[in-house]
Design a protein around this ligand. Sequence first.
Ligand code: HEM
Length: 548
Amino acid sequence: MGLLLELPSAVLYPAAALLGVTSHLALFIRGEWHMQAPTLFWLYSSLTIFIYLISFYNDQPNPFQATFLLTTSYNLGLFSSISIYRLYFHRLRSFPGPKLAAITKFWHVWQCRYGKNHLVIEGLRVQYGSVIRTGPEELTIIDPSVPNTIDGPKSTCTKAVWYDFLLPEIALNTTRDVHEHDQRRKVWDKGFTSAAMRDYETRVHHHAEVLAERIEGLSRQGKPINASDWFYFFTFDVMGEFAFGQGFEMLQSQKWHWAVRLLRRAMGLLGPFSAVPWLAQVAFYVTPWMWIVRDWLGMMEWCKERMGERIARHGKVGARRDVSHWLIEESLSRGTLKKDREWLNGDAVTVVIAGSDTIAPTLVFAFYELVRNRELQERLRGKLDGVDIYDKGELAKVGLLTGVIKETMRLWPAVPTGGYRQTPEGGLEIAGSWVPGGVTIVSPRWSMGRSEEAYERALEWVPERWTTRPEMVRDGRGFQPFSQGRFNCVGKALAMAEMRFVIALLVTRFDVGYWGKERGERLVGELRDQFTASPGALELEFKLRGRA
Ligand code: HEM
């Protein structure tokens, strides 16, 4: 090495650049590298220090400069080769899209720095059309046929690299191994049978009634209700109970639980950094002391402890059956409780996030729309008149109520752009384009729901398009708020029952309107896409019906 450094610079630096090109063409061009990111980071840092020390001990006149020039030459070779390849030789080179997006996902990180991926994609659709290259190995395709192609019964697509974001945490929704997923899904399905659902219903009713009482209490005091707080308090309390057998007690305390706060703050990272899962790996392994990583790990530790307590309570007299009951029961029956502990921890966090961060924004937006459409609110109240809202079956028959929920999920999807899939090795035809293997496919619900080709007056909230005006849905194939196929939402029935009940309970009990000068500007303006939708504040007035 010392001898190498004595080579004339005219030879040394071009040689380093050539090494950069070679490492790209011989190594990095093949396969996935995001999981190796921490190792590469350490290797690169160690080599840089090593070069510096060699230069220093070989009496180089300026060891810092020598190291800098050598590493820069290598990087120049490496990144020039990557850029030229991705722009002019890559399998996706003929797809339209921003040139910088084709070179690096950092382009996307920058675009999403305010958590507005749903708007970034919408802007690209206007500029480039419905098939866009949004990354070196990524296509965003806005077409009603895509959900079925990538998730339908015949699909051979798998989950894309994004799902490795949280490794080493493992959970049903993040596992990329199809066989492993299917095995775990069978266990989950036991927690969502009709019998299991009956156990959950009464607790949903109980929490919803507490929510209504709190709202009534505040409205009696003449205070506004921030829907974006209260619906989250409600859903997190419900899901906390389903995951750990105990809620976060936010409806009681009327404030955010610190663990939920940490969780939501950590989820905020998914806004800008979803595009670069390798960076999350570097952060987890190289900088675990960083505040945001500490937040996440702190929250995971808290969940792990709660799961420990939940396991200790399992089978005790009076213990109620929650989602975790079924997961623990399965591990016990197989004698694998200890081995499955990581799964149980990860799956409990999944119950909390997947069950809360989706229902809450849908409820917030449903009430926003019901407030903007007071006549429809009144009509819905009329349809609910005389219906036993505690009877799940009866409630499901109220078409307009289901229409309200579906229309809200179309226009304000809880998962606006997420749900990335990867094409199988041999490639796949998607929406008329041949897509090679190993490519990430994004099928954004936000843009699909706003497509005039699929919906008449697409930007308007018209629940009747799902009931009496079916002609307003020109092509409903793209409407998959809960996804479909093997990775579809396991909690769909629970979610629909829960949303129907909460809306019915509150609409029959209160007249809901804007509070003061509120018109929903913050709700929509501060909406962030961080895999799930995170809305801004919305202050509403809930007037108890029959009172002035
Ligand atoms: C409005 C409510 C909800 C919506 C819109 C929704 C939507 C979705 C979507 C789009 C997916 C697919 C995600 C992906 O492809 O990565 C999904 C998966 C999932 N959801 Fe939901 N969800 C809701 C409520 C719930 C509830 C209440 C639970 C119950 C705990 C739940 C649990 C899950 C789980 C575990 C998965 C992963 C399934 C798998 O990979 O096999 N969700 N959900």
